[in-house]
Ligand binder design. Sequence first.
Ligand code: ATP
Length: 324
Amino acid sequence: MRKIKKIGVLTSGGDAPGMNAAIRAVTRAGISNGLEVYGIMRGYEGMIDADIRRLLSGDVSGILQKGGTILKTARSKRFREYEFRQQAYENLKAIGIDALVVIGGDGSFKGATEFSLEFDIPVVGLPGTIDNDMFGTNYTIGYDTCLNTVMEAVDKIRDTASSHNRVFFIEVMGREAGFVALHGGIACGAEAILIPEVKGQLDSLMQLLSSPERQNKSSIILVAEGHTEGTTFEIAEKVRQTFPSLDVRVTILGHIQRGGSPTAYDRVSASRLGVAAVEALLDDQKSIMIGIQSGEIVHVPLSKTVKQNREVSQSLLDVAKRLV
Ligand code: ATP
Protein backbone atom coordinates (compact mmCIF):
# COMPACT_ATOMS: atom_id res chain seq x y z
CA MET A 1 0.00 0.00 0.00
CA ARG A 2 1.46 3.36 -0.98
CA LYS A 3 1.58 6.16 1.54
CA ILE A 4 0.88 9.56 0.07
CA LYS A 5 3.16 12.36 1.23
CA LYS A 6 2.80 15.17 -1.29
CA ILE A 7 -0.31 16.21 -3.17
CA GLY A 8 -0.79 18.65 -6.03
CA VAL A 9 -3.93 20.72 -6.56
CA LEU A 10 -4.96 22.48 -9.77
CA THR A 11 -7.94 24.23 -11.33
CA SER A 12 -8.70 23.55 -15.00
CA GLY A 13 -11.23 24.58 -17.66
CA GLY A 14 -13.64 27.44 -16.94
CA ASP A 15 -13.20 29.28 -13.64
CA ALA A 16 -16.01 29.16 -11.11
CA PRO A 17 -16.61 31.07 -7.85
CA GLY A 18 -15.83 28.77 -4.92
CA MET A 19 -12.73 27.24 -6.50
CA ASN A 20 -10.61 29.20 -4.00
CA ALA A 21 -12.62 27.75 -1.11
CA ALA A 22 -11.84 24.27 -2.46
CA ILE A 23 -8.12 25.06 -2.89
CA ARG A 24 -8.00 26.37 0.68
CA ALA A 25 -9.76 23.28 2.02
CA VAL A 26 -7.46 20.87 0.16
CA THR A 27 -4.41 22.78 1.38
CA ARG A 28 -5.44 23.00 5.02
CA ALA A 29 -6.85 19.48 5.23
CA GLY A 30 -3.67 18.18 3.57
CA ILE A 31 -1.37 20.04 5.95
CA SER A 32 -3.37 19.02 9.01
CA ASN A 33 -2.92 15.39 7.92
CA GLY A 34 0.85 15.81 7.65
CA LEU A 35 0.99 16.15 3.85
CA GLU A 36 2.90 18.66 1.76
CA VAL A 37 0.58 20.50 -0.61
CA TYR A 38 1.61 21.99 -3.96
CA GLY A 39 -0.38 24.43 -6.09
CA ILE A 40 -0.08 23.77 -9.82
CA MET A 41 -0.58 26.98 -11.80
CA ARG A 42 -2.76 27.35 -14.94
CA GLY A 43 -4.24 23.87 -14.86
CA TYR A 44 -2.47 21.23 -16.94
CA GLU A 45 -0.36 23.94 -18.59
CA GLY A 46 1.47 24.57 -15.32
CA MET A 47 1.96 20.85 -14.84
CA ILE A 48 3.69 20.65 -18.24
CA ASP A 49 5.77 23.79 -17.59
CA ALA A 50 6.65 22.83 -13.99
CA ASP A 51 4.93 25.99 -12.73
CA ILE A 52 4.34 24.47 -9.32
CA ARG A 53 4.69 26.01 -5.87
CA ARG A 54 4.43 24.79 -2.30
CA LEU A 55 1.30 25.97 -0.50
CA LEU A 56 1.49 26.68 3.20
CA SER A 57 -1.53 27.42 5.36
CA GLY A 58 -0.90 31.18 5.17
CA ASP A 59 -0.84 31.07 1.36
CA VAL A 60 -4.56 30.31 1.33
CA SER A 61 -5.52 32.98 3.88
CA GLY A 62 -8.03 35.57 2.73
CA ILE A 63 -9.07 33.74 -0.46
CA LEU A 64 -12.29 32.09 0.72
CA GLN A 65 -14.42 35.07 -0.27
CA LYS A 66 -12.74 35.68 -3.63
CA GLY A 67 -14.13 34.62 -7.00
CA GLY A 68 -11.88 33.17 -9.72
CA THR A 69 -8.97 30.94 -8.79
CA ILE A 70 -5.65 31.95 -7.20
CA LEU A 71 -4.02 29.07 -9.08
CA LYS A 72 -5.32 30.48 -12.40
CA THR A 73 -6.83 28.14 -14.93
CA ALA A 74 -6.35 27.23 -18.58
CA ARG A 75 -7.47 25.02 -21.40
CA SER A 76 -4.39 23.04 -22.44
CA LYS A 77 -4.12 21.69 -25.97
CA ARG A 78 -0.75 20.17 -25.17
CA PHE A 79 -2.14 17.97 -22.37
CA ARG A 80 -4.16 16.07 -24.98
CA GLU A 81 -0.87 14.66 -26.31
CA TYR A 82 0.90 11.80 -24.56
CA GLU A 83 4.31 13.40 -24.92
CA PHE A 84 3.25 16.44 -22.84
CA ARG A 85 1.41 14.34 -20.27
CA GLN A 86 4.66 12.42 -19.79
CA GLN A 87 6.54 15.69 -19.36
CA ALA A 88 3.94 16.72 -16.76
CA TYR A 89 4.43 13.42 -14.93
CA GLU A 90 8.22 13.86 -14.89
CA ASN A 91 7.71 17.31 -13.32
CA LEU A 92 5.51 15.85 -10.59
CA LYS A 93 8.01 13.04 -9.99
CA ALA A 94 10.88 15.51 -9.66
CA ILE A 95 9.08 17.16 -6.73
CA GLY A 96 7.77 13.87 -5.36
CA ILE A 97 4.09 14.71 -5.82
CA ASP A 98 2.30 11.38 -5.55
CA ALA A 99 -1.39 12.32 -5.86
CA LEU A 100 -3.50 15.03 -7.50
CA VAL A 101 -6.71 16.94 -6.83
CA VAL A 102 -8.18 18.31 -10.07
CA ILE A 103 -10.91 20.95 -9.77
CA GLY A 104 -12.75 21.39 -13.07
CA GLY A 105 -15.43 20.18 -15.45
CA ASP A 106 -15.83 16.95 -17.40
CA GLY A 107 -13.11 17.90 -19.91
CA SER A 108 -10.65 18.26 -17.06
CA PHE A 109 -11.81 14.90 -15.70
CA LYS A 110 -11.19 13.22 -19.08
CA GLY A 111 -7.60 14.44 -18.95
CA ALA A 112 -7.31 13.39 -15.30
CA THR A 113 -8.64 9.88 -16.01
CA GLU A 114 -6.17 9.34 -18.83
CA PHE A 115 -3.26 10.71 -16.80
CA SER A 116 -4.11 8.62 -13.76
CA LEU A 117 -4.23 5.41 -15.84
CA GLU A 118 -1.10 6.10 -17.85
CA PHE A 119 1.13 6.97 -14.90
CA ASP A 120 -0.56 5.10 -12.09
CA ILE A 121 -1.05 8.22 -10.00
CA PRO A 122 -4.14 8.65 -7.80
CA VAL A 123 -6.37 11.52 -8.92
CA VAL A 124 -9.46 12.89 -7.22
CA GLY A 125 -11.71 15.28 -9.13
CA LEU A 126 -13.86 18.02 -7.64
CA PRO A 127 -16.71 19.22 -9.90
CA GLY A 128 -16.10 22.88 -10.68
CA THR A 129 -18.42 24.38 -13.26
CA ILE A 130 -21.13 26.99 -13.23
CA ASP A 131 -23.20 24.86 -15.65
CA ASN A 132 -24.09 22.25 -13.00
CA ASP A 133 -24.33 19.51 -15.63
CA MET A 134 -21.88 16.98 -14.19
CA PHE A 135 -23.06 13.42 -13.85
CA GLY A 136 -23.01 11.90 -10.37
CA THR A 137 -23.42 15.07 -8.32
CA ASN A 138 -26.24 17.50 -7.64
CA TYR A 139 -23.73 20.16 -6.72
CA THR A 140 -20.95 21.77 -8.73
CA ILE A 141 -18.65 24.51 -7.40
CA GLY A 142 -19.79 27.93 -8.60
CA TYR A 143 -23.30 27.12 -9.75
CA ASP A 144 -25.08 28.67 -6.77
CA THR A 145 -23.12 31.92 -7.06
CA CYS A 146 -23.77 32.05 -10.80
CA LEU A 147 -27.48 31.51 -10.24
CA ASN A 148 -27.64 34.31 -7.69
CA THR A 149 -25.78 36.64 -10.07
CA VAL A 150 -28.30 35.80 -12.80
CA MET A 151 -31.19 36.42 -10.42
CA GLU A 152 -29.90 39.85 -9.39
CA ALA A 153 -29.23 40.88 -12.99
CA VAL A 154 -32.62 39.71 -14.25
CA ASP A 155 -34.41 41.46 -11.37
CA LYS A 156 -32.76 44.70 -12.49
CA ILE A 157 -33.69 44.16 -16.11
CA ARG A 158 -37.26 43.40 -15.01
CA ASP A 159 -37.50 46.90 -13.51
CA THR A 160 -36.75 48.57 -16.80
CA ALA A 161 -38.70 46.01 -18.85
CA SER A 162 -41.86 46.58 -16.86
CA SER A 163 -41.51 50.37 -16.92
CA HIS A 164 -41.55 50.30 -20.73
CA ASN A 165 -43.63 47.15 -21.34
CA ARG A 166 -40.71 45.60 -23.16
CA VAL A 167 -39.98 42.00 -24.11
CA PHE A 168 -36.46 41.11 -22.96
CA PHE A 169 -34.55 38.09 -24.19
CA ILE A 170 -31.80 37.44 -21.65
CA GLU A 171 -29.11 34.95 -22.60
CA VAL A 172 -27.45 33.03 -19.77
CA MET A 173 -24.63 30.48 -19.72
CA GLY A 174 -25.20 26.81 -20.49
CA ARG A 175 -23.76 25.56 -23.78
CA GLU A 176 -25.14 22.08 -23.42
CA ALA A 177 -27.40 22.32 -20.42
CA GLY A 178 -30.25 24.50 -19.28
CA PHE A 179 -29.75 24.41 -15.50
CA VAL A 180 -28.89 28.10 -15.15
CA ALA A 181 -31.74 29.18 -17.43
CA LEU A 182 -34.31 26.88 -15.84
CA HIS A 183 -33.48 27.61 -12.20
CA GLY A 184 -32.79 31.29 -12.93
CA GLY A 185 -36.06 31.54 -14.85
CA ILE A 186 -38.06 30.11 -11.97
CA ALA A 187 -36.23 32.33 -9.48
CA CYS A 188 -37.06 35.44 -11.51
CA GLY A 189 -40.56 34.54 -12.67
CA ALA A 190 -39.57 34.46 -16.35
CA GLU A 191 -42.50 34.24 -18.76
CA ALA A 192 -40.59 31.71 -20.88
CA ILE A 193 -37.42 29.65 -20.55
CA LEU A 194 -35.63 28.29 -23.62
CA ILE A 195 -33.18 25.46 -22.97
CA PRO A 196 -31.34 23.01 -25.22
CA GLU A 197 -33.00 19.97 -23.63
CA VAL A 198 -36.52 20.85 -24.77
CA LYS A 199 -37.40 20.93 -28.47
CA GLY A 200 -40.07 23.00 -30.20
CA GLN A 201 -40.09 25.81 -27.66
CA LEU A 202 -40.24 28.54 -30.31
CA ASP A 203 -43.81 27.61 -31.25
CA SER A 204 -44.99 27.79 -27.64
CA LEU A 205 -43.19 31.10 -27.21
CA MET A 206 -44.99 32.57 -30.25
CA GLN A 207 -48.27 31.28 -28.88
CA LEU A 208 -47.61 32.86 -25.50
CA LEU A 209 -46.66 36.23 -26.98
CA SER A 210 -49.71 36.24 -29.26
CA SER A 211 -52.11 36.25 -26.31
CA PRO A 212 -53.86 39.63 -25.88
CA GLU A 213 -52.78 40.03 -22.24
CA ARG A 214 -49.08 39.91 -23.21
CA GLN A 215 -49.39 42.83 -25.62
CA ASN A 216 -49.22 45.57 -22.99
CA LYS A 217 -46.99 43.86 -20.47
CA SER A 218 -43.30 43.22 -20.00
CA SER A 219 -42.00 39.72 -20.66
CA ILE A 220 -38.74 38.16 -19.57
CA ILE A 221 -37.52 35.24 -21.66
CA LEU A 222 -34.46 33.42 -20.35
CA VAL A 223 -32.41 31.69 -23.03
CA ALA A 224 -29.61 29.17 -22.40
CA GLU A 225 -26.75 29.98 -24.77
CA GLY A 226 -26.76 26.44 -26.16
CA HIS A 227 -30.42 26.31 -27.17
CA THR A 228 -31.03 24.83 -30.56
CA GLU A 229 -33.48 27.15 -32.34
CA GLY A 230 -31.02 29.84 -33.45
CA THR A 231 -29.02 32.43 -31.57
CA THR A 232 -30.76 34.61 -29.02
CA PHE A 233 -30.56 37.53 -31.49
CA GLU A 234 -32.14 35.39 -34.24
CA ILE A 235 -35.01 34.31 -32.02
CA ALA A 236 -35.59 37.89 -30.88
CA GLU A 237 -35.63 38.99 -34.53
CA LYS A 238 -38.27 36.37 -35.40
CA VAL A 239 -40.43 37.63 -32.55
CA ARG A 240 -39.91 41.23 -33.68
CA GLN A 241 -41.04 40.37 -37.19
CA THR A 242 -44.03 38.34 -36.04
CA PHE A 243 -45.19 40.96 -33.50
CA PRO A 244 -44.11 44.38 -34.80
CA SER A 245 -45.95 46.13 -31.98
CA LEU A 246 -43.75 44.52 -29.30
CA ASP A 247 -40.66 46.40 -28.12
CA VAL A 248 -38.10 43.59 -28.16
CA ARG A 249 -34.64 43.85 -26.55
CA VAL A 250 -31.75 41.42 -26.04
CA THR A 251 -29.27 41.26 -23.16
CA ILE A 252 -26.39 38.77 -23.08
CA LEU A 253 -25.32 38.41 -19.46
CA GLY A 254 -21.95 36.93 -20.45
CA HIS A 255 -18.96 36.63 -18.17
CA ILE A 256 -20.49 38.52 -15.28
CA GLN A 257 -21.98 35.09 -14.47
CA ARG A 258 -18.55 33.60 -13.76
CA GLY A 259 -17.26 36.18 -11.32
CA GLY A 260 -18.00 37.54 -7.89
CA SER A 261 -17.68 36.52 -4.30
CA PRO A 262 -19.02 32.98 -3.79
CA THR A 263 -22.27 32.53 -1.89
CA ALA A 264 -22.24 30.94 1.58
CA TYR A 265 -23.58 27.74 0.00
CA ASP A 266 -20.70 27.58 -2.49
CA ARG A 267 -18.12 28.34 0.20
CA VAL A 268 -19.39 25.64 2.54
CA SER A 269 -19.93 23.01 -0.15
CA ALA A 270 -16.57 23.61 -1.86
CA SER A 271 -14.89 23.37 1.57
CA ARG A 272 -16.63 20.05 2.22
CA LEU A 273 -15.46 18.72 -1.16
CA GLY A 274 -11.88 19.84 -0.55
CA VAL A 275 -11.65 18.10 2.81
CA ALA A 276 -13.30 14.96 1.41
CA ALA A 277 -10.78 14.89 -1.46
CA VAL A 278 -7.85 14.72 0.94
CA GLU A 279 -9.58 12.07 3.05
CA ALA A 280 -10.24 9.98 -0.06
CA LEU A 281 -6.59 10.15 -1.15
CA LEU A 282 -5.44 9.15 2.35
CA ASP A 283 -7.88 6.27 2.11
CA ASP A 284 -6.11 5.07 -1.07
CA GLN A 285 -8.91 6.01 -3.41
CA LYS A 286 -8.02 6.84 -6.99
CA SER A 287 -9.77 8.04 -10.15
CA ILE A 288 -12.91 9.22 -8.39
CA MET A 289 -14.93 12.41 -8.33
CA ILE A 290 -16.19 13.67 -4.99
CA GLY A 291 -19.72 14.97 -5.38
CA ILE A 292 -22.73 15.80 -3.25
CA GLN A 293 -26.03 13.96 -3.57
CA SER A 294 -28.99 14.54 -1.27
CA GLY A 295 -26.73 16.66 0.91
CA GLU A 296 -24.19 13.87 1.43
CA ILE A 297 -20.66 13.44 0.10
CA VAL A 298 -20.44 10.71 -2.56
CA HIS A 299 -17.60 9.05 -4.45
CA VAL A 300 -18.21 8.45 -8.16
CA PRO A 301 -15.71 6.77 -10.54
CA LEU A 302 -14.23 9.46 -12.81
CA SER A 303 -14.82 7.18 -15.79
CA LYS A 304 -18.58 7.39 -15.16
CA THR A 305 -18.65 11.17 -14.88
CA VAL A 306 -17.06 11.70 -18.29
CA LYS A 307 -19.43 9.41 -20.18
CA GLN A 308 -22.72 10.95 -19.12
CA ASN A 309 -24.28 14.32 -18.43
CA ARG A 310 -26.75 15.13 -15.72
CA GLU A 311 -30.20 15.91 -17.05
CA VAL A 312 -32.50 18.73 -15.95
CA SER A 313 -35.32 17.54 -13.77
CA GLN A 314 -38.66 16.95 -15.47
CA SER A 315 -40.50 17.95 -12.31
CA LEU A 316 -38.77 21.34 -12.36
CA LEU A 317 -39.72 21.80 -16.00
CA ASP A 318 -43.32 21.12 -14.96
CA VAL A 319 -43.05 23.67 -12.16
CA ALA A 320 -41.78 26.29 -14.61
CA LYS A 321 -44.67 25.57 -17.00
CA ARG A 322 -47.30 25.98 -14.30
CA LEU A 323 -46.00 29.34 -13.13
CA VAL A 324 -46.37 31.34 -16.34
P1 ATP B 1 -15.90 23.70 -18.33
O1 ATP B 1 -17.07 22.86 -17.90
O2 ATP B 1 -15.83 24.97 -17.61
O3 ATP B 1 -15.77 23.84 -19.83
P2 ATP B 1 -13.94 21.61 -18.51
O4 ATP B 1 -13.04 21.00 -17.51
O5 ATP B 1 -14.98 20.72 -19.12
O6 ATP B 1 -14.57 22.90 -17.85
P3 ATP B 1 -12.43 21.66 -20.99
O7 ATP B 1 -11.85 22.81 -21.75
O8 ATP B 1 -13.36 20.75 -21.69
O9 ATP B 1 -13.05 22.28 -19.66
O10 ATP B 1 -11.22 20.75 -20.45
C1 ATP B 1 -10.16 21.33 -19.71
C2 ATP B 1 -8.84 20.74 -20.13
O11 ATP B 1 -8.83 19.33 -19.85
C3 ATP B 1 -8.53 20.82 -21.62
O12 ATP B 1 -8.04 22.08 -22.00
C4 ATP B 1 -7.47 19.74 -21.76
O13 ATP B 1 -6.22 20.21 -21.32
C5 ATP B 1 -7.93 18.69 -20.77
N1 ATP B 1 -8.63 17.61 -21.51
C6 ATP B 1 -9.90 17.59 -21.91
N2 ATP B 1 -10.17 16.43 -22.58
C7 ATP B 1 -9.01 15.72 -22.59
C8 ATP B 1 -8.61 14.45 -23.11
N3 ATP B 1 -9.46 13.66 -23.75
N4 ATP B 1 -7.33 14.06 -22.90
C9 ATP B 1 -6.46 14.84 -22.24
N5 ATP B 1 -6.78 16.04 -21.73
C10 ATP B 1 -8.02 16.48 -21.89
